[in-house]
Design a protein around this ligand. Structure first.
Ligand code: SF4
Length: 195
C-alpha cells in the first residue's frame, strides 16, 4: 500500500528543465494591473503551474526565523506592533549575542531547516557598527554550517549590502507594504526604497 502510494507520487513529479529562464524585471504598469485584477483562484492556478514547472511539488523548504532584536523601534509604522506609537507589553531587547544565535541555527538545522533568517526591529544600521560586525559573524558562521541565510535589518547602505553578500548572505528581506504615494499614510516615507 505504501509502495503504491509512493510510486503514484513519483509518477506525478514533473521532469524539471535544467535551468529556469532569467527573472523578468521589466513589467509594465498595465501588466501589473492585469495581474492585480485577476481572480484569486486564477492567480493560485498560474502560480502553482509555474512552481510545478521548476520544482518538485511534494517538497518544501523549512526555514527558521529568529528575532535577534525585539521591540523599542523609534519609528512609527502604523502596521507594526514594535513601533514607538504603540504601548505593547513586549519588553524591548538589545541585539542578541552571537553564540545563542548559532545555537539556535544548529538546532534549526538538526530539526530539518535548510535556511535560517534573522530579523531585527530598527529603522536602519546607522550607528550600529559593532552590532553590524556581530551580524556579519552570525551570517558567516551559519553559512559555514551549510545553511542558507537571510536577514531583515531595515534599510542598508550599498556598502552594508556588499558586506552582507561577502559574508555569505543568501537573501535580504525588505517589505514594501504599500505604494510610494500611500506610504506616508502608514509609516515614514524614507523607508520606501528608491526604485
Ligand atoms: S522600522 Fe521596522 S521595526 Fe520599526 S516600526 Fe517600522 S516596521 Fe516596525
Amino acid at each position: 500500500m505504501l509502495i503504491a502510494s509512493e510510486s503514484a507520487r513519483t509518477a506525478r513529479r514533473p521532469t524539471l528543465p535544467p535551468t529556469a529562464p532569467p527573472t523578468r524585471h521589466a513589467w509594465t504598469k498595465q501588466e501589473i494591473q492585469d495581474i492585480y485584477d485577476s481572480p484569486l483562484l486564477d492567480l493560485v492556478f498560474r502560480a502553482a503551474s509555474v512552481h510545478r514547472q521548476y520544482h518538485d511539488p511534494s517538497k518544501i523548504q523549512l526555514c527558521t526565523l529568529m528575532n535577534i532584536k525585539t521591540g523599542g523601534c523609534s519609528e512609527d509604522c502604523s502596521y507594526c506592533s514594535q513601533s514607538s506609537r504603540y504601548a505593547t507589553p513586549t519588553k524591548a531587547s538589545r541585539l542578541v549575542d552571537i553564540e545563542p544565535v548559532l545555537e539556535a541555527a544548529r538546532k534549526a538545522k538538526a530539526n530539518g531547516s535548510t535556511r535560517f533568517c534573522m530579523g531585527a526591529a530598527w529603522r536602519d544600521l546607522s550607528g550600529r557598527k559593532r552590532g553590524f560586525e556581530r551580524i556579519l559573524t552570525m551570517v558567516r558562521e551559519i553559512r559555514g554550517m551549510g545553511m542558507e541565510v537571510c536577514t531583515t535589518l531595515g534599510m542598508l547602505s550599498p556598502e552594508q549590502a556588499r558586506q552582507l553578500k561577502e559574508a555569505g548572505l543568501t537573501a535580504y528581506n525588505h517589505n514594501l507594504d504599500t505604494s510610494r504615494e500611500y506610504y506616508p499614510e502608514v509609516g515614514w516615507v524614507a523607508a520606501f526604497p528608491p526604485m
